[in-house]
Design a protein around this ligand. Structure first.
Ligand code: SAM
Length: 292
């Protein structure tokens, strides 16, 4: 087997060979611990028939592990300077395709159709650039791509918010947005020492497994998310206060909002952070006719 890319010595040698300097603005914190990489890959439950999508391969540390554990890997990398390096480091792996693109601009569905013909089990596995973790995760979920799920490294603080349960201080509109589409779980806390350069914040790995259908069935998805966002606008305010101040013409519609809360069996003095997804679903559906 080829020598691992993700050791401190090999990584340093690769960076020196190409005179590579990290760009903080691109969230470049590379992993230099093979054990951590293998663990990340193991959380994805890949088989020799699986496809993997990576975002930000860097110098190929995770890509290499994915190439060894799956049928095919597609990796989106924004930084042109990494392309010749990846061509070199990943040359032993014929099942990797690096695409030079900002993943937020890419049509991932089309790329998947072209590159994953005959492959049906597909996971996104990534050590995400921390400046855009939430937009990337939301894009992958909202585009409803044919993936089984996502295993990714991100800031621990964001991981906590994504996998938070009702009644905790981390629970908010991001928890709901992600848990609407997936079963979310933090699977590993990762020390700063396994990166070069070390990030300023703590890290964690989350696993998101897509639900067969959304966690709640609602009349209008966009309105459901509007209601959840409104409910968390000011965390110390009651649900009634947030809804009247945040929903369009909410102040004039206070009676209707009270009626909807009552019809959905939710006390108006509760705070948004205490409501489950089901309760938000009921509330949004009761409010719907008053706002459309
Ligand atoms: N996978 C490598 C590893 O684990 O060592 C590198 C991970 S590093 C945290 C994030 C990578 O994402 C960098 O290679 C960076 O250039 C790339 N990147 C940043 N923004 C991106 C974007 N919008 N689209 C694609 N790649 C991006």
């Amino acid at each position: 087997m080829n020598k691992d890319i993700a050791t401190p010595v090999r990584t340093r040698a690769i960076l020196e060979k190409y005179g590579f300097s990290f760009k903080k603005s691109l969230g470049q914190n590379f992993l230099i611990d093979t054990n951590i990489l293998k663990k990340i890959v193991s959380f994805a439950d890949l088989t020799e028939n699986s496809g993997a999508i990576e975002i930000g391969p860097g110098i190929g540390a995770l890509t290499e592990q994915l190439a060894r554990s799956s049928k095919k890997v597609i990796a989106f990398e924004i930084d042109q300077r990494l392309l010749p390096i990846l061509q070199d480091t990943l040359s032993p792996y014929e099942n990797v395709r690096v695409i030079h693109k900002d993943v937020l601009e890419a049509d991932v569905r089309i790329v998947m159709e072209e590159e994953f013909q005959g492959i049906h089990d597909i996971m996104v596995v990534a050590n995400l650039p921390y400046y855009v973790t939430t937009p990337i995760i939301m894009k992958l979920l909202e585009d409803r791509l044919p993936i089984r799920g996502i295993v990714c490294m991100l800031q621990k603080e964001v991981a906590d918010r994504i996998s938070a349960k009702p009644g905790t201080k981390e629970y908010g509109s991001l928890s709901i947005a992600v848990q609407y589409y997936t079963e979310a779980e933090t699977v590993m806390i990762v020390p700063k020492t396994v990166f070069v350069p070390q990030p300023n914040v703590d890290s964690a790995v989350i696993r998101l497994i897509k639900r067969e259908k959304p966690a709640v069935v609602v009349k209008d998805e966009a309105f459901f998310f509007q209601v959840t966002k409104a409910s968390f606008a000011q965390r110390r305010k009651t649900l009634l206060n947030n809804l009247t101040s945040q929903l369009p013409d909410g102040k004039q519609k206070k009676e209707e909002i009270l009626a909807a809360l009552s019809a959905s069996g939710i006390d108006p003095v509760r705070r948004g952070e205490t409501l489950s997804l089901e309760e938000f679903g009921r509330l949004a559906d009761e409010l719907y006719s008053y706002f459309h």
